[in-house]
Design a protein around this ligand. Structure first.
Ligand code: ADP
Ligand code: MG
Length: 261
């Protein structure tokens, strides 16, 4: 297809090296006259390709971490490097383009715009990027087809099931073929059968593209599908587990122990 994906610096990666590297990352939120320390000094690296799970109890800082990785927020201190880009060095404009083109984000609540059709939700980032036209719409339809939603293109979110909405959200995240996909409890609002299907879909679209995927998940059963599990506790990395050669149950158990110890 002509003109898509765009080649003017969108997508792609700035350099070799890990997909993600964090050093000394801290983030707190003011709350009344207190300061909630959500992240208290995070060091980690994620290699390119494959799935990494982030686990940890509620309030341990998982969503905050994902927001920093996606450029949705900035840390108070420390260094966040994603696909070779030091995010602190980006201007607001550059950070906007980074968010739009270089990472795809999938949220627990889907976060689709209710007034827009599935196709328009998928294409919105392209419109904001000044790419209206047949190539953009054809691209959106191609993604909807890949996700099994060709016959849902004109439907608004409230006419779609939860699983369908989340697949639209995945299509939206893939619009610019970003090298990195971030997902925050993507199956948290789905029943378990739909959730399993969604995981399979995520795996398929990501492996087809060789994407790096970082998924926050509560469910040990999902985490064991990932090659690596990073466990957060109280805003710190409590430990990292590699699934190589480990029994599934064993990995889930160790992750649970790390999260609670
Ligand atoms: P998780 O996703 O692991 O449940 P979060 O990253 O959402 O954790 O939150 C980490 C901590 O920061 C929690 O104590 C939470 O209450 C607090 N927090 C998160 N967002 C805000 C906010 N916008 N304002 C104040 N506190 C927040
Ligand atoms: Mg969260």
């Amino acid at each position: 297809m002509p003109n898509w994906p765009p080649t003017d610096g969108a997508g792609g990666s700035a350099s070799d090296g890990p997909a993600i590297s964090l050093r000394g990352v801290r983030k707190s939120y003011p709350l009344g006259n207190r300061n909630i320390e959500a992240l208290r000094g995070i060091d980690l690296a994620v290699e390119r390709g494959g799935f990494t799970a982030i686990m940890g109890p509620s309030g341990s800082g998982k969503t905050t971490l994902l927001h920093l990785l996606g450029g949705l927020d900035r840390p108070d201190a420390g260094e966040v490097v994603v696909c070779g880009r030091a995010l602190a060095g980006l201007s607001e404009r550059e950070l906007t383009l980074f968010r739009r083109r270089e990472v795809g984000v999938v949220f627990q609540q889907f976060n689709l715009l209710p007034a827009l059709s599935a196709l328009d939700n998928v294409c919105l980032g392209g419109l904001l990027d000044g790419r209206d036209g047949p190539a953009l719409r054809a691209r959106g339809m191609e993604l909807l087809a890949e996700l099994g939603l060709s016959d849902r293109a004109t439907h608004r979110p409230d006419a779609l099931s939860g699983g369908e909405q989340q697949r639209v959200a995945i299509a939206r995240a893939l619009l610019f073929e970003p090298p990195l996909l971030l997902a925050d409890e993507p199956t948290g609002n789905l029943d378990s059968a739909t959730g399993e299907l969604l995981w399979r879909t995520l795996r398929e679209v990501a492996s087809r593209r060789g994407m790096t995927v970082v998924v926050v998940t509560h469910e040990p059963a999902s985490a064991v599908e990932c090659g690596r599990v990073i466990v957060l506790r109280d805003g710190l990395v409590a430990g990292t587990l590699n699934s190589d050669g480990m029994e599934r149950g064993d990995l889930a158990l160790r992750a649970a122990v790390l999260a609670r110890a």
